[in-house]
Design a protein around this ligand. Structure first.
Ligand code: ZN
Length: 84
């Protein structure tokens, strides 16, 4: 039984490592306002709006509004941009 627990833990450890390296990649996401087309770039943030560069979309408060048209986060969608 002890061996089973050990094996499970080791597996989880590896999975966590994999997940972390994926999440920690320099890839920052971009989000686009569906109403006006404004793009929020996580790597750039919105310094004029008090949002520091590198701020994850998840950390933007729900009450935040699009600087262009005033809609909230729920009107934004993630857009995938490939570098190559
Ligand atoms: Zn907008």
């Amino acid at each position: 039984m002890a061996m089973q627990i050990k094996r499970q833990t080791g597996c989880e450890f590896l999975l966590n490592l994999l997940n972390e390296s994926t999440n920690r990649g320099s890839m920052m996401r971009k989000w686009q306002c569906l109403v006006c087309g404004f793009i929020y770039d996580e790597s750039r943030g919105l310094p004029d709006d008090g949002v520091a560069p590198g701020t994850s979309w998840d950390d933007i408060p729900e009450t935040w509004q699009c600087p262009e048209c005033g809609v909230t986060k729920s009107e934004f969608d993630m857009i995938e941009l490939t570098d190559d």
